[in-house]
Design a protein around this ligand. Structure first.
Ligand SMILES: Nc1ncnc2c1ncn2[C@@H]1O[C@H](COP(=O)(O)OP(=O)(O)OP(=O)(O)O)[C@@H](O)[C@H]1O
Length: 247
């Protein structure tokens, strides 16, 4: 890789494809976007632009092979795309990984990958004015394993867990064990430990959590805690309404 130049809000570098070292691309980061241009002699559609407002996170890491001196940074985007055979737009996950091999020293390469990852993370946070929760967002996630067809936990580990890791969201998972478990927990919890409470269930568990918050002595302050709902029930009417009105 050639050494990147940087000045206010701008970073430029040349990296290789992690799967094929001979495929190289130039990457430039501005305050609002990440542009990837494939370096090749054949003209064509080789330029891709990602908005940083669609980026949920970026991490730097070493390769899986010990002998690999290169380091990597991977950015996770969720741009709106048209799903095949579907009329509406939906957010689809796109992962972009780059190999940094400036020098033969793995640590220097890792430091450079970290620098890029941090710049992309900071840029994406600045581009998301609607995100009101602070970062890192310490989250308590309550899952009712019996919600819907009993698949809420499976949905969590299949879809949500990886997104939280990619977005560097530290979380504590609580699997409810009985009716009113969430209500009692929230009523007594030290809410200063959490920046957000997220419920993965149908409507019933959110109802419990709101009741638990309202039953506290400090309910006025407690009700300011950001709440999130991930559809895990059968109907998910509340979750669909919240999503609809938040657009
Ligand atoms: N481990 C548990 N065992 C039994 N009941 C539970 C448990 N955890 C939560 N509950 C209770 O189950 C009720 C129903 O949960 P929830 O609304 O999440 O699922 P659902 O009824 O399947 O979803 P939907 O409302 O979409 O049909 C809640 O009111 C909650 O009190």
């Amino acid at each position: 890789s050639s050494p990147p130049s940087s000045h206010r809000g701008y970073l430029y570098g040349e990296f290789s494809d992690p799967l094929n070292d001979s495929v190289r691309c130039s990457v430039s980061l501005t305050q609002s976007s990440l542009t990837i241009q494939r370096i090749c002699s054949v003209p064509g559609r080789t330029r891709t632009v990602f908005n940083l407002s669609d980026c949920i996170g970026c991490r730097a890491h070493r390769g899986s092979e010990r002998a690999d001196v290169g380091a990597y940074f991977t950015a996770y985007f969720y741009p709106f795309k048209r799903r095949w055979m579907s009329a509406g737009l939906t957010r689809l996950r796109v992962e972009q990984c780059f190999r940094v091999a400036l020098v033969q020293d793995p640590l220097t390469n890792l430091r450079e990958a970290e620098r890029w990852a941090q710049a992309i993370r900071e840029g994406s946070q600045l581009q998301a004015p609607r995100r009101e929760v602070r970062r890192p967002c310490r989250t308590m996630i309550l899952v009712n394993p019996h919600s819907g067809r009993g698949q809420a936990l499976q949905l969590f580990s299949g879809h949500i867990q990886a997104m939280l890791t990619e977005a560097s969201v530290p979380y504590t998972l609580v699997i409810t064990e009985h009716q009113n478990h969430a209500r009692e927990l929230v009523r007594k919890a030290d809410l200063s430990k959490w920046d957000a409470l997220v419920i993965m269930s149908g409507d019933g568990l959110l109802f419990e959590v709101i009741n638990g918050l309202m039953e506290r002595e400090d309910w006025q302050e407690a009700m300011q805690t950001p709440l999130g709902i991930l559809p895990g029930g059968s109907g998910n009417a509340l979750s669909a309404s919240v999503h609809h009105y938040s657009q």
